[in-house]
Design a protein around this ligand. Structure first.
Ligand code: GAP
Length: 461
C-alpha cells in the first residue's frame, strides 16, 4: 500500500465539511472568521477526546479533582490576573492592501521563509531583528505599514441593564483563573492536601488578530486545563513529571510520535506569569505548532488574587507544619487543537487494489463511529439491524444498507470507522459475520456471539 498524508490542510477542511466533522460558523451568512461549528461526527470526536483527557487527569487519579466554573467572572479577576493590563497582541495594517498582521507572526514568518528583506528593506538582515524592531513593508504587496498598535484580546460584554464602564465584563480568555479563585473552596470542601490539582474543561474566547489554519487559531475554543498546587521546593519535580505525562497523552491518542516534540520557551516568549514553560508541539502541514503549554506559574496567581481580593490564599501544610502560598504547575491544552491534530495525523490517501481511497486512521478508541454493520442484501435487514442494536449497547455503531459493499467501505474509511461488519446469507447458517479492518483491509470471519468481545479488545484502551 503506498500512502500519502497531508501537505496542506485543504483536503482535510473539505473532508470535514463533506462528512460532517466541522462546518464554518454561520456559513449561509458568509461565515464568521475564527468561529466553527462541529457536526455529528465532530461532536462525537470532541467527546471522546474530552473523555480521554478527563479519565487521565481526574478519574484515574486521587490527587486531581474537577470543577466547572462560569464563563463570565467578576471583572476584577482579570485585573488581578494581569490580563486587563497585558493581554494584547501588537498588530500592523498595510496602507496599500489593507491587510492586517500580527507583528510577531509577520516577523516569524519572514525568519522561517528567509524573506526578511521584503519587510525590512533598509536593515542588514544577515542578523535577526532585535526585540522592538518594527518592519516597514507589507509582506503581501510591499505597501507601507502603519505604526504597531495594541489589539486587546479579551471580548467585552456588559452585565445588567446599564451599558457603562461599571458594567463591563469579559468572556474568559482562559479557564485557569476560575480555578485559582476557587482554590480555597475546592481545597477545603474536598479536604485535599498539597500536592493536588484542579482540572477544568470549558470554553475560552480570544479576539485573535488573525485567526488561521482552520480551527488551529480560533476566537472561540475549548481549553482543558489543570492547575497542580505544590510546595515551592517541588516545582521542578512536578513540572518534569507533567511534561512527560502530557506528552505521552498525545501518543495515547494515536498521534505519530515522530510528529510530536517538546520545546522550551525562550525568556522573551514567556507569559507574564511563568518562570519556565515547555510546549508540546505537533508538525502540522503549516509547520511545528503548539498543542499544549506546561508552565511553572509559581505563586503569581494566588498571590495576586490574595492581594486584590483581600482574602489570604496561603495554605497551612499539616505534613510540613508550614504556612505558604503554593506554587502552581499548569497543564493547558486546547480541545479543538487536539481534535485538529488527530484528524490531520490520521488523514491518508492510499491504494486498495486499483482504487485510491481517503482514509482517516484514527485510533479506534477515539473514532467517532466505531462499527458499521452492513447487510449484504436488504433481505437481511432484520437480523443485521438486530446485530446493530446489540452492538450499540457497547459501541457507537451504525447500520448501512445503501450502495455496494465496496462503496460502504469507502464511506466508512473516509470518516475513520475502524471496523465494518458484513452480515451475509451464510451468517444465518453459521452464526458468524465478516469483520473488515479499516487500516489493513483484512477480513476475518467472527462468530456473532464473540463479536462484542472481539471488538472490545480492539477498540477499548
Ligand atoms: N492558561 C494558560 C493558557 O491559556 P495559552 O498558551 O494561551 O495558555 C493554552 O493557551 C492552549 O489553549 C494552547 O496550547 C492551545 O492548545 C489552546 N489555545 C490557545 N489559544 C487558542 C486559539 N486561539 N484557538 C484554539 N486554541 C487555542
Amino acid at each position: 500500500m503506498t500512502e500519502s498524508s497531508l501537505d496542506s490542510l485543504e483536503p482535510l477542511v473539505s473532508l470535514c465539511k463533506r462528512r460532517g466533522y466541522i462546518f464554518q460558523s454561520s456559513e449561509i451568512y458568509g461565515g464568521l472568521n475564527g468561529f466553527w461549528d462541529y457536526g455529528p461526527l465532530g461532536v462525537e470526536l470532541r467527546r471522546r477526546i474530552f473523555d480521554s483527557w478527563w479519565s487521565m487527569m481526574v478519574e484515574r487519579r486521587e490527587d486531581v479533582v474537577g470543577m466547572d466554573a462560569s464563563i463570565i467572572n467578576h471583572p476584577r479577576v482579570w485585573e488581578a490576573s494581569g490580563h486587563v493590563a497585558s493581554f494584547y497582541d501588537m498588530m500592523v495594517d498595510c496602507r496599500g492592501c489593507n491587510r492586517r498582521f500580527r507583528l510577531d507572526h509577520m516577523i516569524q514568518d519572514a525568519l522561517d521563509n528567509d524573506t526578511l528583506d521584503a519587510i525590512f528593506p533598509d536593515r542588514d538582515n544577515s542578523v535577526p531583528p532585535a526585540e522592538g524592531e518594527v518592519p516597514t513593508k507589507c509582506p503581501a504587496c510591499g505597501g507601507e505599514l502603519t505604526e504597531p498598535r495594541q489589539f486587546g484580546l479579551m471580548f467585552e460584554t456588559h452585565v445588567g441593564a446599564a451599558t457603562d464602564s461599571k458594567s463591563i465584563a469579559y468572556l474568559r480568555p482562559e479557564t485557569a483563573q476560575a480555578i485559582f479563585v476557587n482554590f480555597k473552596n475546592v481545597q477545603m470542601s474536598s479536604r485535599l492536601k498539597v500536592p493536588f490539582g484542579i482540572a477544568q474543561v470549558g470554553k475560552a474566547f480570544r479576539n485573535e488578530v488573525t485567526p488561521r489554519n482552520f480551527t488551529f487559531r480560533s476566537r472561540e475554543f475549548e481549553q482543558m486545563e489543570m492547575e497542580f498546587f505544590v510546595h515551592p521546593d517541588e516545582e521542578r519535580k512536578w513540572f518534569d513529571y507533567w511534561v512527560d505525562a502530557r506528552h505521552e497523552w498525545y501518543e495515547h491518542l494515536g498521534v505519530n510520535p515522530d510528529r510530536l516534540r517538546r520545546r522550551d520557551h525562550g525568556g522573551d516568549e514567556l507569559a507574564h506569569y511563568a518562570s519556565y514553560t515547555t510546549d508540546v508541539e505537533y508538525q502540522f502541514p503549516f509547520g511545528w505548532a503548539e498543542l499544549e503549554g506546561i508552565a511553572n506559574r509559581g505563586n503569581f496567581d494566588l498571590t495576586q488574587h490574595g492581594e486584590h481580593s483581600g482574602k489570604d490564599q496561603a495554605y497551612f501544610d499539616p505534613t510540613r507544619n508550614e504556612k505558604y502560598v503554593p506554587s502552581v504547575i499548569e497543564t493547558s491544552a486546547g480541545l479543538d487543537r487536539t481534535l485538529l491534530t488527530v484528524l490531520a495525523d490520521a488523514f491518508a490517501i492510499d491504494r486498495v487494489g486499483e482504487e485510491e481511497r481517503t482514509v482517516l486512521r484514527l485510533a479506534p478508541h477515539i473514532a467517532p463511529r466505531q462499527v458499521a454493520v452492513f447487510p449484504l442484501s436488504k433481505k437481511l435487514a432484520e437480523p443485521a439491524r438486530k446485530l446493530t442494536d446489540d452492538l450499540q449497547r457497547r459501541f457507537h455503531a451504525i447500520y448501512d444498507d445503501s450502495g455496494s459493499i465496496g462503496k460502504r467501505y469507502r464511506r466508512e474509511d473516509e470518516v475513520g470507522t475502524p471496523y465494518c461488519v458484513t452480515f451475509d446469507f451464510d451468517s444465518l447458517e453459521d452464526g458468524a459475520a465478516t469483520v473488515r479492518d479499516r487500516d489493513t483491509t483484512d477480513q476475518e470471519r467472527v462468530a456473532l456471539d464473540s463479536l462484542p468481545a472481539y471488538l472490545d479488545e480492539r477498540i477499548r484502551k
